[in-house]
Design a protein around this ligand. Sequence first.
Ligand SMILES: Cc1ncc(COP(=O)(O)O)c(C=O)c1O
Length: 385
Amino acid sequence: MPAPAQAQHEVEPHVQHRNRIPLASPIIDAEMKEAALAALENEKLVMGESVHKFEEEFARFCGTKYAVSTASGTAALSITLQALGISHGTEVVTTPFSFIATANAVLHAGAEPVFADVEDSGINLSPGKARARVGPKTRAIIPVHLYGHPSAMDEFLEISLETGLKLVEDACQAHGAEFGSKRVGSIGEAGCFSFYPAKNMTVGGDGGMITTNNAELAEAAGSIRDCGRDKNSKYYMGRIGYTSRLNSVNAAIGRVQLRRLHGWNEARRRLAALYRRHLEGVDGVVLPPSERQGEKPVYHLFVIRTRMREQVKKHLEKNGIETGVHYPVPIHLQTPYRQEYGYMEGAFPLSESLSNEVLSLPMYPTLQEDDVVRICNILKDSLKR
Ligand SMILES: Cc1ncc(COP(=O)(O)O)c(C=O)c1O
């Protein structure tokens, strides 16, 4: 019988990999399984105790007063915008070099995404280019902390102070990353996280979280993700909402994952330093952005740039090393965006050249150091071919 197709190419259970090195490897350990089972046996399956505890603990971890869980990172973004009153007839500025959900969430809220290109020698939305796209209909800016690298939040805060625009951090790839003395998700008006299995932490499936210090926003988001319910009422609805809650069993897993997150992030940072040491100065390879002072990235992905991507990728794969491309098409060139807005090649040249050159190397906390050395050696070998 043929092996069943793997539903999510990037995601594998935590197993002994022998000679094969996957791109990502989520960890579900015995304590998480026990927590899931306990939630199934003892809690309300929806909005049970684990959900409230996970929200409290996640808020504490990020340094915000509130956290509101959702069914996904996309829902977290879209619900945040809706809770801020952003809807039809308004615009939100963001980057075209992200997972498509960042811009889709703006459309889900009823607003229009307006793109600005990335920093000149970086991967994140350029504050200057974003400011240049602000117009009378703009209500918010969404900087994305791509691959776990914090955006230049000091500059975005300045723009926000000057213009009154809301800053919504897309922290879906950056759980625990720091900018200055703060964790991402606590710097703008709100932060949005994803718990999709390949992320720095998961809930054992899809899930999301909104973090904020704004009580009104937290209240509105909590209602919108829960069918529009008024607080503490079952059938009195103050808003048009969605069924977009995080299940109790997933929250129970998330609570255990959150306790491991710091250690996992430290492991990712150590592995990233090792990659850097072995790839520094290699002709044909551009390393991820160096860490600016006061910044602590969490390397959701370790992404190099190379013009010889296909050759390198093929050689690594031939040697049992899985790689990824995040993302081969920038959002503005994805079919629905081309169709709806008429975008063409050349609209955001820096994002487009990133899309042509980025290559994600294996990165997960249990990746062995000698595997990193092996990956780097095979990579260097591939460039000589
Ligand atoms: C930058 C970014 N934004 C938003 C999302 C959406 O999160 P989810 O897949 O949980 O809906 C993701 C997830 O891949 C992401 O990487």
